[in-house]
Design a protein around this ligand. Structure first.
Ligand code: ADP
Ligand code: MG
Length: 207
């Protein structure tokens, strides 16, 4: 690849509810978000090599330096969000419906994938004034629980890191422990001995 930083601004986010309540939605969705070029990339003279068609979920990649005759590559996703996208629109359009189905009892997963610097942390965590998917989902979950009358909910939190094939429990007192990935017919894939805490509020979960 001629210039990897031109590519570095792509992040894909998968979201999955094992069955959704909305018959129109697919169980697995792949969404691409592209962050704005950083000052460093702009100063370094890097050029943007992708066009995004957010209304159609399409991305077009041009080969920048060489290959004049090479035709652009086109990819289609469930949704694409460009450098003008904001945290709120992304959450409302993609993740609120997913968390809704989790609150109805379905399994849901949000998985952010992309090379370092592409915007995974920004999208998942965000900042105090631009909260990302994680704080937005906490708010949605506890708001829903506060409003519910005839339903009981139990929220448990775990926090783990998978780094270079090793699994570490970020809520454990002993950070030197490496945990094992296991599988059982009744519950599927799980991490053995991973700690899990019951949380009754956003405050408790953030603690
Ligand atoms: P990653 O976690 O994938 O390594 P980061 O989330 O740390 O990447 O993003 C790298 C840099 O780009 C950070 O300075 C972040 O604030 C900025 N950034 C990422 N996504 C966006 C965005 N959508 N809009 C503005 N800045 C962004
Ligand atoms: Mg990060």
């Amino acid at each position: 690849m001629a210039n990897s930083s031109e590519f570095g601004s792509q992040l894909s986010i998968g979201s999955n509810a094992s069955r959704t309540s909305n018959s129109k939605s697919e169980s697995v969705k792949v969404i691409v978000r592209c962050r704005p070029m950083s000052d460093k990339e702009v100063k370094g003279g890097h050029k943007q090599i992708i066009d995004m068609y957010c209304d159609r979920g399409v991305i077009q990649i041009h080969k920048s330096s060489t290959g004049e005759d090479e035709s652009p590559k086109i990819f289609t996703f469930d949704a694409v969000y460009d450098w003008n996208s904001n945290q709120t629109d992304l959450y409302e359009e993609i993740f609120r419906p997913l968390v809704d189905s989790v609150l109805e009892g379905f399994n849901g997963t949000v998985f952010a994938y992309g090379q370092t610097g592409t915007g995974k942390t920004f999208t998942m965590e965000g900042s105090a004034d631009k909260p990302g998917i994680i704080p937005n989902s906490f708010e949605q979950i506890f708001n829903c629980i506060a409003r519910s009358h005839n339903q009981q909910y139990l929220v448990r939190s775990s926090y783990l890191e998978i780094y270079q094939e090793e699994v570490r429990d970020l809520l454990s007192k002993d950070q030197s422990l490496r945990l094992e990935l296991k599988e059982r017919p009744d519950i599927g894939v799980y991490v053995k001995d991973l700690s899990s805490f019951v949380c009754k509020s956003i405050k408790e979960i953030e603690h």
